[in-house]
Ligand binder design. Structure first.
Ligand code: DON
Length: 310
């Protein structure tokens, strides 16, 4: 079957879902994100053959937020190897909200259950090699440039500092893990790297292209160069299926059925083998922190193009 949609179709779907933005709300726990316009909706499919279809606010920049956790995980796995990474972070879904501290105490003391919840992501970012926070952020950014095939991507410094100033819960998670030997070094420096990683700003096409590299088993779309080793890209995609949408991962698997990762900016990145990368953004979030219209758009795409891997 022809797994392609037209930009006109995508635009019609955006018009259809727009009224549903009022079913959610923009997050306010990071003050800079509270300013987002819920109607800044966009969608893009980046095919493995290089064709990109997109619609909506295609030039609008938004931050990666938790989507960056997949990228940092790939980098940490490449830097440190699987054994080390999984000695510090588990592989199991939690069924809890992304910022929950509860399971740090109740299961295998302080070892976060997976790299997609905040605790696990902070532990992963702590593993990225570099002389200084600036070095580590530079490394993450260069990696994003490679994945997106675009070296103009930068950091939204307003979001980064807003997040750094208000990251009390993330600090608590770090101190708890530091006490228990999961992380080491300066918590403030780790928070600096993590909040900047979350504040990397992309447009919808750039995000879809990053998803396409994961769909392409870690290979660059143009040159075919292996940016992420295939088995590590596979680990990242597996986490996207089991934990990518937090405590909505089960219903998402049923409704959409593709590896995907959401962020509190309202963006979701998906990847589909033999098809490509998919990106959606709509800043109004449901109670689990996933984009209301983003979920609907992915559901429409998945059903129309028969994308479910199940
Ligand atoms: O650490 C945080 O809370 C944010 N920078 C990222 C959280 C996030 O995106 C959760 N996703 N839905």
């Amino acid at each position: 079957m022809n797994k392609k949609v037209t930009e006109q179709q995508l635009q019609e779907w955006i018009e259809h879902v727009k009224p549903f933005t009022r079913l959610g709300k923009v997050p306010d726990y990071i003050p800079a994100l509270a300013k987002q316009d819920p109607e800044h909706i966009a969608v893009s499919v980046f095919h493995l053959d290089g064709e990109c279809v997109r619609a909506g606010y295609v030039d609008h920049l938004f931050t990666l937020q938790s989507i960056s956790k997949v990228i940092a995980l790939a980098l940490a796995l490449m830097d440190q190897g699987e054994d080390y990474v999984f000695s510090k972070v588990g592989m199991e879904p939690t069924g809890d909200p992304f910022h929950s501290i509860a399971k740090l105490e109740t299961s295998n003391p302080s070892k976060p259950l997976n790299p997609m919840i905040n605790a696990g992501a902070l532990a992963v970012t702590n593993m990225i090699e570099g002389e200084s926070p600036t070095d580590k952020v530079g490394k993450l950014l260069s990696f994003v440039h490679e994945l997106a095939g675009d070296n103009t991507i930068g950091i939204d410094t307003e979001v980064a500092s807003s997040e750094f100033e208000t990251a009390h819960l993330n600090r608590a998670l770090c101190y708890y893990m530091k006490q228990n030997g999961i992380i080491e070094g300066s918590v403030e420096e780790l928070l600096d790297v993590y909040t900047k990683q979350c504040s990397i700003a992309v447009n919808i096409q750039q995000l879809a292209r990053i998803g396409a590299v994961f769909a392409n088993e870690g290979r660059d779309l143009q040159s075919g160069r292996q940016i992420i080793p295939k088995h590590l890209a596979r680990i990242c995609k597996t986490f996207m299926v089991t934990c990518g949408m937090y405590d909505a991962s089960g219903s998402f698997a049923i409704r959409v059925g593709i590896p995907a990762k959401s962020g509190v900016s309202g963006a979701i990145m998906g990847c589909v083998k033999d098809v490509g990368g998919i990106a959606v953004v709509g800043p109004s979030l449901d109670e689990k922190g996933n984009s209301v219209v983003g979920m609907q758009l992915l559901e429409m795409l998945s059903s129309r193009l028969e994308l479910s891997i199940f």
